[in-house]
Design a protein around this ligand. Structure first.
Ligand code: ADP
Ligand code: MG
Length: 451
């Protein structure tokens, strides 16, 4: 990059920063500590690459990325999407040959052979999703485009995507099918932007006949959304089939632009729910088929597991693995109900029924984790770790107890319901970005027997 261009970038960014500072959007302290030290590293027709020193700078700026984008676009007088990098992320990839090699990895066949339609058990909970997935195989790009499958974690969404992929690989070997996990898509784009291979990546994706994109709720970077939006339009116009999964309904997706959400809703959205007892039991029997364990398992053990764990098929499957594993350790004659009950007695999920969970327990678990008192998290204190703990506790109350915001506000020192609501929404977004916070939440949830 020439000195002249570098200087121009510095000027553009100085002007942008001044406007951001004057806008009053950020508290002056926040601006000085976390925003001022950013740099405009690169700028082209579509993208601005911003460099920041620490993760926290990135998190705070990502929180207001739309605003920053708007100001910068105003300064340069055309619309750009901003991408924020840490210096270390920037250092990770230096040569374009490495980038090309990485692109290759991304385009490798990622379809898992053992997730097929044949071993997908159909029940009331997933019948519509399975039928819609099959229709995409028979009539690609025709009826349900895009097909949007949504439902809680562990209910078979990824399995169905791979089943489509396997069907195509077997029955239409000439068709190109690409399975991408949304987070990998973001990584692919980030790296290709840095190495100027975005166009190549876009062209390669635009060539596919089937795009299977998993966990779209993780597509939260605005620059990737821009690229995805363009690709999406191109593929749909060319009658290529797109299948998307998500853990929530398209209308509830947070951090994803409205124009994308409205596109997602233009095809068919189908829900996938938790299996009923019979389906859960059939899934267990199916999962047993391929096992080589010689130990016998009583039928009423399967009944017991299907009743207790059917809200999450991944967990249901995990319990089976755990039973066989423990059977190797303790060597019983066969796995009977008493043995199974004994094993799962230690599991916190079994010890605490979800319905027993209370606000008090949530507060207590959060306080224990952060070493605070209940009085502190209910107080108005704005000390960083107290307010973080409070936000997490309020978030957990909403997520697991589904309490009205008004009620949560009352539980936490008489806060206004709109404050609680915006705090909850911020936390949902923050958790997508902030690993440390996410780990804290996971550990607290585990403590409460929720994971
Ligand atoms: P999701 O993507 O919805 O989080 P997965 O597709 O990863 O869930 O499913 C979790 C596990 O449960 C996988 O091992 C999958 O094979 C299994 N599973 C879920 N639903 C079914 C089903 N209907 N039949 C067979 N296996 C299933
Ligand atoms: Mg999945």
């Amino acid at each position: 990059m020439s000195e002249f261009v570098k200087k121009q970038l510095v000027n553009i960014w100085q002007t942008t920063l001044k406007l951001i500072e004057d806008s009053g959007q950020f508290d002056p302290a926040v601006f000085n500590i976390w925003i001022k030290d950013s740099q405009l590293y690169d700028l082209d027709e579509d993208f601005a690459t911003i460099l920041v020193p620490y993760k926290i700078n990135k998190q705070i700026m990502m929180d207001s990325i739309g605003f920053i984008q708007q100001i910068l676009s105003g300064v340069i007088e055309h619309d750009v999407a901003c991408q924020i990098f840490l210096q270390e992320e920037m250092n990770r990839l230096s040569s374009s040959s490495v980038a090309k090699a990485r692109n290759e990895v991304m385009f490798e066949n990622k379809i898992k052979e053992d997730y097929t339609f044949e071993n997908f058990i159909v029940g009331k909970n997933n019948r519509e999703a399975q039928a819609a997935a099959l229709s995409c195989c028979y009539y690609p790009g025709k009826f349900n485009n895009p097909l949007f499958i949504y439902g809680n974690s562990g209910l078979g969404k990824t399995h169905l995507l791979h089943a489509i992929g396997n069907y195509i690989l077997t029955n239409k070997p000439d068709a190109k099918v690409l399975y991408i996990y949304s987070e990998d898509f973001v990584t692919l784009l980030i790296e290709s932007m840095k190495n100027k291979t975005v166009e190549e990546v876009k062209e390669r994706i635009a060539e596919v006949d089937y795009l299977l994109i998993d966990d779209i709720q993780r597509l939260t970077q605005s620059a990737s959304q821009e690229v995805f939006f363009n690709l999406y339009n191109k593929l749909i116009t060319n009658h290529k089939q797109i299948v998307i999964t998500s853990d929530i309904h398209p209308n509830d997706l947070k951090g994803i632009e409205n124009r994308l959400i409205s596109r997602f809703s233009s095809g068919l959205s189908v829900a996938i729910g938790a299996p009923e007892f019979e389906t859960a039991k059939a899934i267990l029997s199916k999962k047993m088929e391929g096992r080589e364990d010689t130990i016998m398992i009583d039928d009423d053990v399967l009944d017991y597991l299907a009743t207790k764990f059917s809200s999450d098929v991944r967990k249901l499957e995990g319990t089976l693995n755990e039973l066989f594993f423990k059977a190797i350790l303790y060597n019983p004659d066969r796995i009977d109900l008493a043995f199974a009950k004994e094993i799962f007695k230690e599991d916190p999920v079994m010890l605490r029924e979800r319905s027993e969970l209370t606000v008090k327990q949530i507060k207590q678990a959060v306080c224990e984790f952060y070493g605070l008192t209940r009085h502190q998290i209910e107080s108005k204190s704005r000390t960083k770790n107290i307010s973080t703990a409070r936000h997490i506790a309020m978030y957990l109350c909403r997520k697991h107890l589904e309490l009205p915001y008004v009620k949560i506000g009352l539980e936490f020192g008489g806060r206004d319901h709109s404050t609680v609501m915006s705090s909850y929404e911020k936390m949902v977004n923050l958790l997508k970005e902030n690993d440390v916070m996410m780990q804290a939440v996971i550990r607290i949830e585990h403590q409460l027997g929720l994971s």
